[in-house]
Design a protein around this ligand. Structure first.
Ligand code: MN
Length: 415
């Protein structure tokens, strides 16, 4: 799996400055969107500070949720150091490349989406007043879209030393397209519009540009930021588990307190939810990997049984000459069944070569063909002609026996 990213940010058509910050570092595999808030350029400082701290923490080996917690510390520290920055904060949706996909740390109302097979799914929850009201069933999604307080976030970096960071493990496969964006995009465009633009623009840079143009065309009321991450599949990649439903794949993790996170060893500070999540995804991955094998084996089994049931052979049923349905010896669930028994000839009526015709259990694709062998054998043993002397006809093609050798001297008595 290989990731190719493109990003763009735009001030929009209403705001004076751009308080969003974005990051895409293909080499380190870090992608992030931060949407700052606070007067007098404080929002700009908050988002830029958070992004820089995030990059430094990831580069030092921190897991993504710890890195977001460290970004929180950096913004809190900066706000304390400068009274002009008091009250500043920022959202952050950050994704780092891991084996098989992305690990996302998330705080606020920026979003991560994934487009797979033409279907767009959101993989982060908004930490916003309106989304909480929607979750509680107090307003509808339609009401949320036009709610006067739709910009109010309930969680952000820079507000408190402690921050709760959502942790999303996103498994990816070749052809997937991931979008990180600020609310200047998702607040201006419906998900269906975002989906359409993501599908229609194959090239990531052009797609990022098209998203921003569409948000501006819709009003551009806020700063607009997008990061697009295309997943290039490679041989040996396993298919991922199905997309998580919104909320299911999101595991809220109480990140370590900002101060203690800074002092603890980053590599050891994995999140509490990680083992459970990892186990669940590996089971899902295994199921997907063995599913084709099960289907092929099951299909082969059914096909062979069907084949066995569609075959007929001539053989002895005790002393009787019979046509069996099935294959000699049976196959798996299907033992041969006697389909028909000759009432004309028995084992004792046959000479050695005729007995061999029956005992070697030749198999045929239809009942008629098998029955024909017995019919001809009956004709050889008890010729249906008015004459008791017989010419060299019958089974010559298969056994080399002649009419004379089949004659027993008994009268022709075919029922
Ligand atoms: Mn915004």
């Amino acid at each position: 799996m290989r990731l190719v990213a493109a990003a763009a940010t735009d001030v929009g058509r209403v705001r004076e400055g751009n308080e969003d910050s974005i990051l895409h570092d293909d080499r380190l595999g870090i992608f992030a969107v931060a949407d700052g808030m606070g007067g007098h350029q404080a929002g700009e400082v908050a988002s830029a500070t958070a992004i820089e701290a995030l990059r430094a923490a990831i580069a030092a080996g921190a897991p993504v949720t710890d890195a977001v917690a460290q970004a929180n510390t950096a913004v809190v520290d900066k706000a304390r150091a400068d009274s002009g920055m008091l009250g500043m904060g920022t959202t952050m949706t950050a994704a780092i490349e891991v084996v098989g996909g992305l690990r996302i740390g998330h705080v606020g109302d920026s979003r991560a989406y994934v487009l797979r097979d033409g279907i767009l799914a959101r993989v982060t929850d908004d930490h916003s007043l309106v989304e909480e009201l929607v979750r509680e069933g107090r307003i509808t999604l339609e009401q949320a879209a036009v709610h006067p307080q739709r910009n109010v976030v309930t969680r952000a970096l820079g507000i408190d030393e402690d921050v709760e960071v959502d942790d999303v493990a996103l498994e990816l496969t070749g052809g997937d397209r991931v979008l990180l964006c600020s609310d200047g995009l998702s607040g201006m465009l419906r998900d269906t519009d975002i989906s359409t633009i993501l599908r229609r623009n194959a090239e990531a840079d052009a797609c990022a540009r098209a998203l921003i143009d569409a948000a501006n065309d819709a009003g551009g009321e806020d700063n607009i930021s997008v990061v697009i991450i295309d997943v290039i599949g490679e041989e040996g990649d396993l298919p991922p588990a199905p997309l998580p439903e919104i909320g299911i794949g999101t595991t809220a993790v109480r990140a370590a307190a900002a101060r203690s996170a800074a002092t603890s060893a980053p590599a050891a500070a994995t999140t509490e939810a990680a083992p459970l999540r990892a186990r669940r995804t590996s089971v899902g991955r295994l199921a997907w990997a063995i599913l084709p094998v099960i289907l092929v084996l099951g299909g082969t089994f059914l096909a062979l049984n069907w084949y066995a049931r569609s075959q007929y052979y001539v053989g002895f049923d005790g002393e009787q000459v019979a046509v069996y349905r099935g294959v000699p010896g049976g196959f798996l669930l299907w033992d041969p069944q006697v389909e028909w028994t000759s009432e004309v000839i028995e084992r004792g009526d046959l000479n050695d070569s005729q007995e061999l015709v029956v005992s070697r259990e030749d198999t045929f694709g239809s009942f008629a063909e098998a029955r024909d062998v017995v019919d001809r054998l009956e004709d050889r043993v008890f010729p249906p002609t008015t004459s008791t002397t017989v010419g060299p006809t019958g089974l010559s093609g298969t056994t080399g026996t002649t009419g004379a050798s089949g004659a027993t001297g008994l009268p022709a008595t075919r029922p």
